[in-house]
Design a binder for this molecule. Structure first.
Ligand code: SIN
Ligand code: MN
Length: 282
């Protein structure tokens, strides 16, 4: 899939592109069918909500689930990103966010590149976030919100919030958000399962809790330009990947046709991927 000049200009201006219904219902079913068994596993990659046993985010499913290993190599997702960066990409992070009915908690206002820079020593904001909806996203189940144009400001000051949710996050203060929204407003792309969003690593985003009776499961992938790979392995490897091998795409039919994919973490996470460690460039 190739982006048009107009889409490239729109991405540059707004910091995101929305592709409603990019994956078909049948393709999405292959993915959603695998989620309950993934969320039921007792492994460190499943981070649960504060309120109970509900999965907030599952990391690295592409290393141990066949449907998600295929999604991680899908040309409809990977090709526009290699086009924008002008080089091959590798998987920096892969997560499935549950945002479960009633229990799905907030994601405070933040930028992703702030964390990639400070924790992982990623040299530049040349990693793309991709969101793929596995459920319908509507105005009630905690859609992802963006402040258009906020990616132009680079890395903003952030504070480490370790108490609001079960997952510590570098968050942007309310005064800054007020100013950014005054100039850019807020948008929240909504749509059918299978819709995809590409968004810039510096785009400021958040989502509210999900008080509705509808789950809002979405996959979030971060694809980094290979030459821009992280320089420090401070976070566990299942959160910030250490394998910089370029992604080789499968065929466009990969979610519905048989393809051989490796599942190296099928029988468990390798011990050295579980711990953060300080080796690397410092
Ligand atoms: C994220 O920012 O990584 C996730 C946000 C969300 O799931 O709403
Ligand atoms: Mn984020």
């Amino acid at each position: 899939m190739k982006l048009t000049d107009e889409q490239i200009a729109q991405f540059d201006r707004d910091g995101y592109l929305f592709f409603p219904g990019l994956f078909t219902r049948d393709e999405v079913r292959v993915l959603t069918g695998a989620v309950p068994a993934l969320f039921a596993q007792r492994r460190p990659e499943n981070v649960r909500e504060k309120t109970g046993d509900v999965v907030r985010t599952n990391f690295a499913a592409h290393m141990y689930s066949e449907p998600f290993a295929k999604l991680a190599r899908h040309p409809r997702m990977v090709e526009p990103v290699t086009q924008l960066f002008g080089e091959d990409v590798y998987m920096h992070q892969f997560k499935i966010n549950g945002k479960a009915a009633f229990d799905g908690d907030v994601w405070q206002w933040h930028q992703d590149y702030g964390t990639w820079k400070n924790d992982d020593l990623m040299p530049e904001a040349r990693a793309m976030n991709v969101a793929i909806f596995l459920d319908e996203v509507n105005e009630f189940n905690g859609p992802l919100m963006f402040i258009p144009g906020s990616h132009k400001l680079g890395v903003l000051e952030a504070d480490h919030d370790t108490s609001t949710t079960s997952y510590p996050l570098w968050v942007i203060n309310h005064e800054t958000i007020r100013k950014l929204v005054d100039r850019g407003g807020i948008v929240a792309p909504k749509g059918v399962p299978g819709s995809m969003i590409l968004f810039h690593g510096c785009l400021v985003h958040a989502s509210t809790s999900n008080l509705s009776p509808w789950d809002r499961t979405s996959v979030y992938l971060s694809l980094c330009a290979v030459s821009n790979h992280i320089r420090r392995f401070k976070r566990p490897g299942y959160i910030a990947h250490r394998d910089f091998t370029p992604i080789r795409c499968l065929g466009d039919d990969c979610l519905r046709a048989p393809y051989d994919v490796e599942l190296p973490w099928k029988d468990g996470t390798p011990r050295d991927e579980l711990q953060g460690s300080a080796y690397g460039s410092i």
